[in-house]
Design a protein around this ligand. Structure first.
Ligand SMILES: Nc1ncnc2c1ncn2[C@@H]1O[C@H](COP(=O)(O)OP(=O)(O)OP(=O)(O)O)[C@@H](O)[C@H]1O
Ligand SMILES: [Mg+2]
Length: 374
């Protein structure tokens, strides 16, 4: 079966039915229209991959229909069918770059071959587009990593200076040059030192997370989840989100930074939904090993993904966050899980229990096979 959405426009009802019937044996989606104006109105809803249209029709000729679609930015490939007696349209149609002309009476076998070829081209084109988007995202991440390296470089020196100055104050106090009877200064110094330490590790953490792993490495899942926690810790605290953990630690050989990136995307989505609700906000993280498969689950209690669009959330640019979202997060996460981590990323809405209460929300699962046996 050829997987295409094909719109056929033909004013001769008998012919239209006949072509529609024969083509629907070979092609997955066929939409037939007798009137080109009706066809134009339905294009946005149907989203055809290709249109096959007669040229000579009473309401509007095929070339004008194509012109009108193009004018509305609906650049859908079109195959025009005509009898040889209509040469006046040819020049115009060639100028408009129609995909192909076929001569009436239509040879259905040729047409099917044509559509099969078109399906291949379309798949290749889509694959190339996906790759391009992936590359774009990767280069964006790389640029961000580079920017962070610059910031880190600029900040390391002043952090170091602050740290030295603070140590000096401590020394002065130890030599008795500064009086600090109730140890207030000591406490302050300790606070400053801790903050410096924290800023320094945060810089390193972000930097290493933004660098894509070139090689697989061996790491523990518990440690990975702790890294993720650290990276979005502030958002969890600001929005008062409680994290419930049910972790079975295991050893993986894979790309750790990529896994971190996916987990951050999933957790950030959960946070985005959780902040909308006033009741208790929960994210439950669990890991388990089933046979030779490792499963990492991120389950929230934000009410779940509406069934009308749950099947769309992994598509590029699908977002319900008009101003703030790009709709790339989950698309990229699935690409990473399937193509880099050689795993699977699934979603469903489910209940879970916590402290005697039942909660409901989206549950994302990452399934990864590992060659390592613990
Ligand atoms: N845990 C969740 N609960 C409910 N809906 C969710 C959840 N996770 C994702 N979604 C839905 O899936 C959509 C797509 O998510 P995705 O991460 O791909 O894009 P986004 O978060 O909208 O934008 P961004 O590209 O900035 O991540 C979201 O807009 C949201 O509607
Ligand atoms: Mg997102």
């Amino acid at each position: 079966m050829i997987d295409l959405r094909v719109m056929i426009v033909e004013d001769d009802e008998f012919l239209l039915k006949k072509i529609g019937k024969i083509l629907s044996r070979e092609i997955s989606h066929i939409y037939t229209f007798k009137n080109p104006l009706e066809a134009i109105n339905k294009v946005i809803e149907i989203k055809p991959d290709i249109i096959i249209s007669d040229i000579n029709m009473p309401e509007m000729n095929g070339v004008d229909m194509y012109k009108k679609l193009k004018k509305n930015n609906l650049d859908i490939p079109i195959i025009l069918a005509s009898a040889f007696s209509e040469p006046e349209y040819f020049i115009e149609a060639i100028k408009l770059k129609v995909k192909k002309f076929i001569v009436k009476p239509i040879d259905i076998e040729d047409l099917v071959d044509e559509l099969r070829q078109f399906e291949k081209e379309l798949l290749n084109e889509r694959e190339a587009l996906k790759q391009e988007r992936m590359l774009m995202m990767q280069s964006k991440m790389a640029a961000m990593g580079e920017m962070l390296t610059n910031i880190a470089h600029q900040w390391k020196q002043p952090l170091n200076t602050i740290s030295i100055c603070t140590s000096n104050i401590k020394l002065e106090k130890e030599f008795g040059k500064i009086i600090d009877e109730d140890n207030t200064l000591d406490n302050m110094i300790e606070n400053i030192m801790n903050s410096i330490q924290y800023m320094d590790t945060t810089l390193n953490d972000f930097q290493s997370y933004l660098k894509p792993n070139k090689l697989e490495s061996s790491f523990y899942i518990k440690d990975t989840l702790e890294k993720v926690e650290k990276l979005i810790f502030s958002q969890m605290r600001i929005y008062k989100i409680e994290e419930i953990k049910d972790i079975e630690d295991f050893h993986l050989c894979n790309y750790q930074n990529e896994l971190i990136q996916v987990l951050i995307n999933i957790k950030k989505n959960a946070i985005d939904e959780l902040v909308k609700q006033d009741k208790e906000r929960l994210i439950k993280i669990s890991t388990r090993k089933v046979n030779n498969e490792f499963i990492i689950t991120v389950h929230d209690n934000a009410g779940g993904i509406p069934p009308e669009y749950i099947h769309k959330i992994f598509q590029p640019y699908f977002t319900t966050k008009k101003e703030t979202g790009t709709g790339i997060g989950l698309y990229m996460s699935r690409q990473i899980v399937e193509n880099h981590l050689q795993g699977k990323l699934t979603v469903c809405n489910e209940e879970f229990n916590h402290n005697g209460n039942t909660h409901y929300g989206a549950k994302f699962e990452i399934h990864i096979e590992s060659i390592y046996e613990d």
